[in-house]
Design a protein around this ligand. Structure first.
Ligand code: ZN
Length: 444
């Protein structure tokens, strides 16, 4: 029997009804603020012929328009520095972060003092759910500059009373030294880095990562730690419990995170964020019930600088459950990938992380590193999907391993592939987010 520990017991074990009441009241206040202060939403609501009086109950939110990332980018370009969607006075903004977009230009997100305090409470709850406690010494081996998982995570970890060690990225030597000297118990990083760093420690320091004494690996910023075969390998490498979190720069750094039960990420933002699940093509609302896949949509409930209404995250998730051994009452989900990463082969949607999961399940015959090669721009790909995978030099018959992997991908994901096996260490490694797709048609 696991001890039931919560950072905020009242809200973390509240009934659905209690949470809905709270959210309804908070959303009403947030809407008052938007109608009053946000030029972006005033214009948007006018175009959609929506008035404040149209919101009375939570379900009325479905009448309101979605907000997309493209709209926010256009708003920032049209109305610098931070966009028309900023509802706070510029004097009241204490910090900006940026989201790591694929389009090149950073999209800035401002926070007021009140927003920062809210982020800290929400992010701290997410880390606490993952098992962070006061005695922990946490190596932060992730970005610190502009990245929302940097300074906001520092605030959250410190607020729990744990020790935050700001290493940053591209500093494996410093990370290793800090782990050894400070006797660190935890590390916060991307799953790609956890995997890269384990290899680096073996190669450069001739040590076994699991002998370093880390007990908890807090991962995020990309799918990976929640992929069963990838998680299994990381836990084996580090001898530590691996849990993942999910959030974004536009809403909050970490909104969902896994408890030690490791059965999906709990929703931790009850009084700060309202979550909807929608069918990505039609935009129709879906029930939050176990087994339902969809796109996550966020609405701010307590935001001053950039309150967003029905913000389409492009995160594709699947609801895993609505109860848990930890006693938390919030639902749990798994992130499958981002819409931007999705490929379509013979009409079947496939996320690169799902291919990585299947290839990783062949460990120790494979290293788990893969690269999908696209000869033409996606998302539609002519079959078979080209996959390069590293073998670990243990298979006696590489041809048999290749067809075994192709067979398993076909059986699991119904996607025909052509797998090319290359020796361990051939594919590029990443110290921040991994790149699972190589666009061979782009000349560099
Ligand atoms: Zn749980």
């Amino acid at each position: 029997m696991r001890t039931k520990e919560y950072l905020n017991p009242g809200i973390e074990t509240a009934s659905d009804k209690q949470v809905q009441h709270l959210q309804e009241a908070r959303l009403a206040k947030q809407l008052d603020y938007l109608f009053d202060r946000s030029v972006f939403y005033q214009e948007k609501f006018q175009r959609a012929a929506i008035q404040r009086k149209h919101f009375r109950r939570l379900r009325d939110l479905q009448r309101f328009p979605f907000t997309t990332k493209d709209e926010l980018r256009e708003s920032q370009a049209a109305c610098p520095p931070l966009g028309k969607h900023v509802a706070a006075r510029i004097d009241d903004i204490i910090r900006v972060h940026s989201s790591t977009g694929t389009s090149g230009k950073p999209s800035f997100v401002g926070i007021t003092r009140r927003d920062a305090a809210m982020w800290t409470r929400l992010t701290a709850r997410s880390f606490y759910t993952q098992g962070l406690r006061k005695p922990d010494i946490v190596i932060h081996a992730a970005g610190l500059a502009l990245f929302v998982g940097g300074l906001a995570v520092k605030d959250a970890i410190e607020s729990v009373g744990a020790m935050f060690v700001p290493i940053g990225t591209g500093a494996s030597e410093k990370s290793l030294m800090a782990i050894q000297l400070l006797k660190a118990t935890a590390m916060h990083c991307t799953p790609s880095y956890a995997s890269y760093f384990a290899e680096w420690i073996r190669r450069e320091a001739k040590l076994e990562p699991r002998d370093l004494g880390l007990k908890k690996l807090f991962c995020g910023a990309e799918p990976g730690a929640g992929i069963p075969a990838v998680r299994a390998k990381l836990q084996q490498d580090w001898g530590a419990r691996v849990t993942e979190g999910l959030g974004n720069a536009d809403m909050a750094p970490i909104i969902f995170s896994e408890c030690p039960d490791q059965s999906g990420m709990h929703f931790n933002g009850q009084e700060y964020v309202l979550v909807e699940l929608i069918e990505p093509e039609s935009g129709e609302s879906l029930p939050i019930e176990a087994g339902v896949p969809g796109e996550l949509v966020y609405t701010s409930l307590e935001r001053e600088c950039v309150p967003l209404l029905r913000f389409r995250t492009r995160d594709r998730v699947k609801v895993l459950g609505t109860s848990c051994t930890c006693g938390r009452t919030s639902f749990k989900l798994h992130c499958i990938g981002r819409t931007d990463d999705m490929l379509i082969v013979l009409g079947v949607n496939v996320f690169p992380s799902a291919i990585k999961d299947v290839v990783s399940s062949f460990h120790p015959q494979t290293t788990g590193e893969i690269q999908i090669i696209l000869d033409a721009p996606g998302p539609k790909v002519a079959p078979p999907l080209k996959v390069v995978a590293e073998h670990a030099g243990r298979a006696a018959d590489l041809a048999a391993l290749k067809s075994e992997i192709e067979r398993k991908i076909k059986a699991t994901l119904t996607v025909p592939t052509s797998v090319e096996l290359v020796p361990a260490g051939t594919l590029p490694r990443y110290e921040m987010k991994g790149q699972l797709v190589k666009k061979a048609f782009e000349t560099t």
